[in-house]
Design a protein around this ligand. Structure first.
Ligand code: PMP
Length: 365
């Protein structure tokens, strides 16, 4: 379809040139490419799904996931205040809806770069001018530059995808306190981070914290994300989102996964603890092989290397899929030698990590 075709001309301006999301598609026995839970879903969620009866399918789900609200507020430590939640078909949907709610003529969104690839796409889709700000040298967010951008929306991602790095508390607080517009803080990888920032919604009714069930909770296939913030804010986002975005089966599984107990929430927390242990072991093993991941606060490692494309191709030949990240900038300085490419490698059960290390040894010998 060329840009001059009548169909493209009839469409909304710019939509024909928006990229479709693309992800690695090779079918590999070991898939470390998408930062999901490599142990799978929590047993309580599987049980809830297998026991679901016909009414769960024949009737509409709740409008705005009302049955999840109290559980989500309790999970994030925000029960009992003027806070509310907004769910969505993945946290993508929450981010998209939040942008739509706050997009006005000429509005802009500022974010540190590189970050989650959907952000510039969702920005364009919502007529927001993207303003990208480089990371500081230590891979903290550059809080002053983000605030100085005076954007209508400031997007922070901590831990950040793809770099796995975490923002510091002073920098996040500076942005939350001084940003002119609203702040969206994406904590998709919160469960793996040494600290999280959702309590800052107590200080600012302009902060929306986004979380997901796709990563630590092992439910990516069900597509559930949520945002938490002041009720006045989540209600605006709900209007932009629309009803019935989380389906009935997903709602059942999420309720079960959040239940305290060894097959629900505690199962998730235990797997997250194991990820944190394996992350350190894998990072050390990579360093011993001349690959230098950035310090990770997430369930993946980001390894800047000019050999990323070759290494990934050789790994696929051995049944292992990792993500190649290209187009990364050459600053901060640690990225300078990577010639714009990096590997993003998911952390999971040690037998998978061992298979990866064995394959790397074969490739490099
Ligand atoms: N935010 C970040 C930082 C992500 O990495 C992802 C998934 N890759 C998402 C949001 C979206 O996740 P989901 O829509 O599955 O909740």
């Amino acid at each position: 379809m060329t840009d001059r075709s009548p169909l493209v001309r009839a469409a909304r301006e710019g939509i024909g040139s928006l990229p479709l999301y693309s992800a690695e598609s090779a079918v590999c026995a070991i898939d470390l490419s998408d930062n999901t839970n490599l142990w799978g879903p929590p047993p309580a969620a599987l049980r809830a799904l297998s026991q679901a009866g016909a009414p769960s399918l024949a009737r509409y789900p709740s409008l705005y996931s009302e049955p999840l609200r109290d559980l989500l507020l309790e999970y994030t430590g925000l029960a009992g205040g003027d806070f509310d939640t907004i769910t969505g078909c993945g946290s993508d949907d929450v981010l998209d809806s939040a942008m739509r709610a706050f997009s006005r003529a000429g509005a802009s969104i500022a974010f540190s770069s590189p970050t989650f690839t959907m952000i510039p796409v969702l920005a364009r889709l919502n007529d927001l001018k993207p303003v990208s700000v480089p990371f500081a040298d230590d891979f903290d967010i550059d809080a002053e530059q983000l605030v100085d951008a005076a954007a209508d929306i400031t997007y922070l991602c901590s831990p950040n995808n793809p770099t796995a790095t975490a923002a510091s508390r002073p920098a996040v607080e500076y942005v939350v306190r001084n940003a002119t517009g609203i702040v969206i803080l994406d904590e998709a990888y919160a469960e793996f981070a040494p600290e999280t920032f959702e309590q800052l919604v107590r200080e600012s009714d302009r902060l929306l914290v986004a979380r997901t069930f796709s990563k630590a909770f092992g439910l990516a296939g069900l597509r559930v994300g949520f945002g938490v913030g002041a009720q006045a804010l989540t209600r605006l986002v709900a209007r932009a989102r629309g009803p019935y975005k989380v389906n009935a089966m997903a709602e059942l599984a999420v309720r079960a996964a959040l239940e305290p107990g060894a097959s629900g929430r505690d199962w998730v927390a235990a797997r997250a603890r194991t990820v944190i242990e394996h992350r350190a072991r894998l990072a050390a093993a990579l360093v011993a092989r001349g690959l230098n991941p950035l310090s990770s606060a997430a369930n993946f490692l980001f390894v800047p290397t000019p050999d990323a494309v070759n290494i990934a191709r050789e790994l696929v030949a051995r049944g292992i899929l990792v993500r190649v990240v290209s187009g990364i900038p050459d600053s901060p300085s640690v990225l300078a030698g990577a010639r714009g490419t990096a590997l993003r490698i998911g952390v999971g059960p040690w037998d998978m990590m061992e298979a990866l290390l064995t394959a790397l040894d074969e490739i490099r010998s």
